[in-house]
Design a protein around this ligand. Structure first.
Ligand code: 5AD
Ligand code: SF4
Length: 440
């Protein structure tokens, strides 16, 4: 009987991509993925440390899963990903819930570590690497739609944002060989995929030095886009300090590079940005969005925002709101600041904004963004967009759902069209989250 692994993924898109690498590595030693947790002999939780509530959620889940061991004594449970390094002692020693702990750069060791745990030992490897990019591993695609997929182009991060745990849990930045990236994208095209998202913590600093010179992110993006005009290319995440005009011209030049940039501002106050060690000011950020609008007029913009960072005064908060208003973001992820042990902010500044103020500021931000999102969708009414069909709409079987290049969800009566096809849709109305229209 084949062995079965069940993998549950938390956190960012990078973790989703990593889980696919993990499944591929385990397949090499006879493990087959299952979607039914009760069938599994090995359960892996791919974890996130970005905020305290992400970790709390995983602890809760781990307690629930560990009950399964009562029924199945040989069941092994592993924690992989970002919580591994930070919490290895607690995971293995104090809580006794976990058999295997593996950090994001040690996945190749998984077969060995699983074998070790089957032999009755606790198995741990949380070493970070300066080289590992899993370049040669073909991820096993776990997405359900078969239309869009993630491709990781680099790992780790060298930006020391004061609040952020990523450099500590995922290590230093390293780029992946462009040939292996193009090969992976080609395989996806052959499998029928129509969209890839190139992933990195800071894609603008992608850099590969080979014999014929240096490949930067604009060059890589262009090469991926040129593989097939039917393939849409997205990327995430850009850093405002590094996003270059060169990149913007590359996006403008290719119809199949999506006109959407996720450009996390984090704050609209230059004083807070300095404390956050973001290396740009409010004015710089505004200059970058002006450049985006002038080089790529139809480009959508989204952001991440943090409220209640150390020392944030009411004026700073208002500057965040006014920046959001000025940028007119199409979409935003907004968070309350959560102190992470070991970061610069945790060591140097006091987490001094009371929880109730953080919450108030966050709800103000969320209500502003819902107005901006609704406005951005209203603006699309009456326009025609090329939509890549992703599948049936959640609400009705007669409707299909897909996305515009700007990453907005469109729902429309599908006729005989199928997922993976492109159709032109005239937008007739919008709700807060969706554009609704008809094929023209
Ligand atoms: N507290 C709150 N939000 C954070 N982020 C990163 N670290 C923290 C933290 N300590 C947010 C940032 C980042 C996104 C992925 O998560 O906005 O862009
Ligand atoms: Fe992704 Fe960061 Fe969370 Fe790790 S800690 S899963 S890199 S968001």
């Amino acid at each position: 009987m084949s062995k079965k692994v069940y993998i549950e993924t938390y956190g960012c898109q990078m973790n989703v991509a990593d889980s696919e690498v993990v499944v591929s590595i385990l397949a090499g030693s006879g493990y087959e993925p299952t979607e039914n947790i009760n069938d599994a002999g090995l359960i892996l939780i791919n974890t996130c440390s970005i905020r305290d509530n992400a970790e709390q959620r995983i602890w809760g889940r781990l307690k629930a899963i560990s009950h399964l061991k009562k029924r199945k004594h040989d069941l092994k449970i592993g924690i992989i990903g970002c919580m591994a390094e930070r919490l290895k002692e607690r995971l293995i020693e104090t809580d006794q819930l976990v058999d295997i702990v593996v950090g994001p750069d040690a996945y190749r060791e998984l077969p060995l570590l699983v074998a070790e745990s089957e032999a009755g030992h606790k198995a741990v490897n949380v070493l970070l690497s300066r080289e590992e990019t899993y370049a040669d591993i073909s991820p096993v695609r776990m997405d359900k739609n078969g239309v869009s997929s993630f491709v990781s182009i680099m790992r780790g991060c060298n930006n020391m944002c004061a609040y952020c745990v990523v450099p500590y849990v995922r290590g230093a930045e390293r780029s992946r060989n462009p040939e292996s990236i193009l090969k992976e994208v080609n395989e996806l095209i052959e499998m029928g995929y129509r969209e890839v998202t190139l992933l990195g913590q800071n894609v603008d600093s992608y850099k590969w030095d080979n014999n014929s010179g240096i490949v930067g992110f604009p060059g890589l993006l262009e090469n991926v886009a040129m593989l097939n005009p039917l393939l849409r290319v997205r990327f995430s995440t850009s850093h405002p300090k590094d996003i270059s005009d060169d990149l913007l011209y590359t996006i403008a030049k290719h119809g199949n590079i999506c006109k959407h940039i996720h450009l996390p501002a984090q704050s609209g106050s230059s004083r807070i940005l300095k404390l956050m060690n973001r290396e740009y000011t409010r004015e710089w950020y505004i200059d970058r969005i002006n450049a985006i609008h002038s080089i790529i007029p139809e480009c959508a913009l989204s952001t991440d925002m943090i409220t209640g960072f150390c020392t944030e005064a009411q004026e700073d908060h208002e500057e965040s709101l006014s920046l959001m208003d000025l940028a007119g973001f199409d979409f935003a992820y907004m968070f309350k600041y959560s102190e992470r042990p070991g970061t610069k902010a945790a060591k140097k500044y006091k987490d001094d904004i009371p929880e109730n103020i953080k919450s108030e500021r966050l709800s103000e931000m969320i209500s502003l963004q819902s107005k901006l999102s609704a406005k951005s969708k209203k603006n699309d009414v009456g326009k025609v967009f090329k939509v890549l069909i992703e599948g049936l709409s959640k609400r009705s079987k007669e409707h299909l759902s897909g996305r515009t290049s700007q990453n907005k969800v469109v729902v429309f009566p599908g006729g005989n069209h199928k997922k993976g096809e492109y159709v032109k849709v005239l937008i007739e109305r919008s709700t807060s989250a969706t554009l609704i229209g008809n094929i023209v």
